[in-house]
Ligand binder design. Sequence first.
Ligand code: SF4
Length: 56
Amino acid sequence: MTNHNPIQRVQCNVKTCKYNNDGHYCTASSIQIQPMNAKNVQETDCATFQSNNMQG
Ligand code: SF4
């Protein structure tokens, strides 16, 4: 579900996500980050990501 207000205190640069606003902000109503046992920044992902590419 999208929300017009960016999540405060979260900057996200993932322009290919349908929730992203201009490469700066997330407009999802909430986000989930995983996995639970991530050991470094590369392993940490936004599980709420959804592609804004209509092809999937
Ligand atoms: S849902 Fe995740 S990847 Fe998409 S804009 Fe928000 S924080 Fe970024």
